[in-house]
Design a protein. Structure first.
Length: 318
């Protein structure tokens, strides 16, 4: 069985041979739209970003770099990239170079509805507006969703995507950024439209959301997410697996914060964490082992993690 075949079995909960170490046999392709510039400057929505060498991710939203200052006039202040005038040649060429027999092709679509909204408004003003101006926010988020749908469709036309990694961080380490009912009222219906656009094209939905999102996890599953990453352990992952394990796949979960990046952690503790997470998450398929966040780790610890995933993850289904 090839790695691609095994991964598909994992995602279909169909008797995989082993627990994959990350998204094995998946090739990621980015879109030509600049959602987050690599250095200080503007993204394609006109939002300003700053840069700090050595910082995680490098770039971050500049103070007062948002573009919408008067919420009531957002339609006149928003800049939405024109998907049709952007050159997709490099995306098409990159996808054509991939061996489809060995690899699935995944489109990288970042800065989802909540993230793009706070980038346009500024975080504080956005959070206040979600509570005080829900109808205006519903319309604004809907306009961003229309763009995301057009982007994904154009992306798929160019690259014939198998998966879309769709990023939108809904939570902090303690809870959602907004009350669950507010998320359901404003974010959920438009995210469902984005999912539906992928489902119509038989694209696997890989939803990225950091933070504690247990309170809306059933909603995400019900909307049709196929994979959730990075599965941060601030959520009760074992409980989520028990309740939803046959309906969605989990990618991540190996504790980045309190194991991999903890000062003084040993390689044996890393191996124990890998075994614990596989024991909790792998039954019946639907689990892809990887860290719960992508930050730089000590090479010795990552080598131990990879080795234990290979050894233990290949024996768990035997």
């Amino acid at each position: 069985m090839t790695s691609k075949e095994n991964l598909l079995r994992v995602l279909h909960h169909d008797n995989p041979d082993w627990v994959p170490n990350g998204m094995e046999s998946v090739t990621m392709i980015g879109s030509p739209v600049v959602e987050r510039p690599g250095f200080a400057g503007l993204d394609d929505f006109g939002v300003e970003w700053d840069y700090e060498e050595g910082a995680q991710g490098g770039t971050f939203p500049a103070a007062e770099g948002n573009t919408i200052s008067d919420l009531s006039g957002w339609r006149e202040q928003i800049t939405i990239p024109d998907i049709d005038v952007i050159d997709w040649t490099e995306v098409k060429e990159a996808s054509e170079a991939i061996d489809r027999k060995q690899s699935l092709v995944c489109g990288f679509v970042e800065m989802g509805l909540f993230e793009r909204t706070y980038l346009l408004l500024g975080m504080e003003d956005a959070l206040v507006a979600f509570l005080q101006e829900p109808q205006i926010l519903y319309d604004l988020v809907g306009a961003v969703a229309d763009y995301k749908i057009a982007l994904i469709e154009k992306f798929d036309d160019a690259a014939d995507l198998d998966i879309v990694w769709y990023g939108d961080d809904w939570g902090s380490q303690e809870n959602l950024f907004m009350p669950p009912d507010t998320w359901r009222e404003i974010i959920k219906p438009h995210t469902k439209r984005i999912y539906d656009s992928m489902k119509r094209r038989s694209i696997i939905v890989n939803q990225h959301s950091c933070g504690k999102i247990e309170s809306i996890f059933a909603d995400m599953v019900g909307m049709g997410a196929d994979i959730w990453n990075p599965c941060q352990p601030c959520n009760d992952l074992a409980d989520l697996k028990k309740e939803y394990g046959g309906m969605i796949s989990f990618c991540g979960g190996i504790d980045s914060q309190f194991v991999l990046d903890r000062p003084g952690v040993t390689t044996e503790e890393v191996r124990e964490e890998v075994r614990r997470r596989i024991n909790e998450m792998a039954a019946g398929g639907g689990y892809i082992a990887s860290p719960s966040h992508s930050v730089p780790f000590d090479k010795e610890l990552i080598d131990a993690m990879n080795d234990e995933i290979t050894i233990y993850g290949r024996g768990v289904y035997q």
